[in-house]
Design a protein around this ligand. Sequence first.
Ligand SMILES: Cc1ncc(COP(=O)(O)O)c(C=O)c1O
Length: 395
Amino acid sequence: MSVVADLDARLAARRAGPLVRRRATLATPQGVHVVVDGEALVSFASNDYLGLAADPRLVAAASAAAHAWGTGAGASHLLSGHQSPHAGLERALATFCPPCAGAAAVTFATGYLANLGILCALGDRDTVVFADRFNHACLNDGALLARARLVRYAHNDADALAARLASTPARTRIIATDAVFSMDGDEAPLAALLALADEYDAWLVVDDAHGIGVLGDGRGSVAAAGLASPRIVSMVTFGKALGAAGAGVVAHPSVIDAIVQFARPYIYTTAAPAMLAATVAASLDIVRDDAPRRARLAANIARFRSAVGCLPGSPLALGASRTAIQPLVVGDSDAALALSRSLRERGFYVPAIRPPTVPSGTARLRVSLSAAHADADIDGLAAALAASIAAERAA
Ligand SMILES: Cc1ncc(COP(=O)(O)O)c(C=O)c1O
């Protein structure tokens, strides 16, 4: 069999099952009202939690920075791609969300790369990465790239982690966790994890992709938990609540220097454009001052939970999330897809999330709320859910 025929056979098998993945194309900017593959829909599908992804102030900042700095960084940070806006954003991040006194920061083109970079800088063959089972894939991939051993512990179970730490010898230990879990919306017990990091002399890597901008007055999950330690390495992304793209690592200056010295995912890639760094800096200014936007998001989350929590006859259970990520677990992948399709026919865009992104048997609708949703959008979604469930029962 030729390589192409072999690949085509694998693709045919994927297409025949419920796990086939398809990209929808938006003909509009990201927002609540989008056009998806030609259909006008109300979206509950993005991570644009504060509604900043197409904010005119950020568009103006990006456009001014493009005029000042051009569109390309032209080289990696270590060659000639590190420009004043990158350095300015590093300083702004270190001040905005420091996980310890005297923190420093470094930026990456994506959060995926940032997590790889952290684990490659801190870990090696003599390292064990202790990872929550529900962590985002890139923390696991970082452990692989660092050639570290990956030991997973039961979701949010500090006792299970303690047992693993006690029984696993290692020269370097890294505890790695999402702060807000991307498919469940619940939060890691950061204080308990830091206590274990202290006890076992471990790093605590906190992936705050979904907390930055939203929790802790916008400063993220570490600030919300009131924690500070040179052991904490905080990864914050710019592509979700901050409405742009890229990521930053904020940590003790030695960690940041180790990333610059040792992390292949930092060293061997072109820097994100300076215009992007300037845009993110503008977003931090908005996020720092815009408490009403966060209050609006909190009100939307409460409205959704109360509307969906009391849908008559609904088999969908609300999770323990108090964040913008509100999963409705359906179980079966085909059933989750059918519910997502039914909502779409009623004008709402809520993607189904299936294995392997979530554990098998827990396919779900991932409802993602934004400060930009109006009350009517949320009430409309609850009504559409009720109608879809009733139609499914009647079928
Ligand atoms: C928890 C978590 N970490 C990291 C990432 C990766 O960030 P980025 O999209 O900037 O690569 C994501 C989302 O994509 C995420 O949900």
